[in-house]
Design a protein around this ligand. Structure first.
Ligand code: AMP
Ligand code: MN
Length: 269
């Protein structure tokens, strides 16, 4: 799940409050490339007696495309994990500056200050750029911002920015993370290319495949589970919760957890 530490709508405390209302017992906070929400989340998780899994959704690159890894540190964050966060936050700041330059080429002049303000003072992500583009009247909504300017292959999609998948996995594994490939169905890939991505992820040491992400077709889940079994990947399950509202089901109200999916806490015990 995401919080205001990246592009989520709820602060970590608000997120844990909602999770507690919905009866959740375990929750992974995986903001994009940062641990900035975890300290607050720990306190709230303790108050609500929710088991908090600490992690981040790590951005990397595969064949020129941005791919996300769910990196979890069930044993808690190591020094090396904090170094990962430092590297990624720096990469996000430098990407933000590159996006500004790219947009200026389309005669859209935003300032870093206004984008950072949209991000609540933290490092901005593409949804914060989208918010500025909406505010400036350049696009009508977030969907259009990504379709026209920020999405894969568009002007504002900065190329060759993130670590390559295999280097990202080396870094994360050496920092003690459990790594699962996030939302494998969400990339713009043909089926065969998606299989190649998952194979490359497994070959580079990836440990898990997100068999379910948010709302998902059961046949597609079955096909991912089969592939995971072939490649010896564990299954993970992600809601990718960003905000209350129609776009995301409420916490705990997602597709049913496949029975082959074991809680990480059990798996590691
Ligand atoms: P970033 O991590 O800054 O590259 O931003 C990625 C985030 O942008 C994702 O987590 C989504 O919330 C959002 N996003 C990505 N693609 C789209 C899209 N096509 N339409 C709307 N939002 C998107
Ligand atoms: Mn993602």
């Amino acid at each position: 799940m995401h919080s205001t530490a990246s592009d989520g709508a709820l602060t970590p405390t608000e997120l844990l409050t909602l999770a507690a209302e919905k009866g959740l017992k375990e929750l992974a906070l995986t903001d994009h490339d940062t641990f900035a929400g975890l300290q607050e989340a720990r306190t709230a998780a303790r108050d609500f007696q929710i088991q908090l899994l600490e992690g981040m959704e790590f951005s990397c690159a595969w064949k020129g495309m941005t791919v996300h890894l769910v990196a979890l540190w069930p044993q808690g964050l190591s020094e090396a994990a904090w170094e990962v966060a430092r590297i990624q936050e720096e990469a996000r700041w430098s990407r933000a500056e590159k996006i500004l330059i790219k947009l200026a080429k389309a005669d859209i002049h935003l300032t870093l200050d206004e984008v950072v303000a949209q991000a609540g003072g933290r490092v901005p992500g593409r949804p914060h750029f989208a918010a500025c583009l909406i505010a400036g009247g350049h696009v009508k909504d977030q969907g259009q911002a990504f379709r026209k300017l920020l999405g894969a292959g568009k002007l504002g999609d900065v190329k060759n920015h993130w670590l390559e998948l295999s280097d990202a996995l080396s870094l994360l594994l050496s920092a003690g993370a459990f790594c699962s490939l996030a939302h494998p169905l969400r990339y713009k890939l043909t089926r065969s290319k998606r299989v190649r991505l998952i194979e490359a992820f497994a070959a580079a040491g990836g440990q898990g495949l997100e068999a379910v992400s948010g709302r998902q077709d059961v046949a597609q889940t079955a096909s991912l589970m089969k592939l995971a079994a072939t490649l010896n990947l564990q299954l993970s399950w992600g809601s990718d919760f960003h905000a209350p509202g129609p776009a995301c089901p409420a916490p705990g109200a997602y597709a049913t957890l496949p029975s082959a999916c074991q809680p990480l806490s059990q798996l590691l015990a």
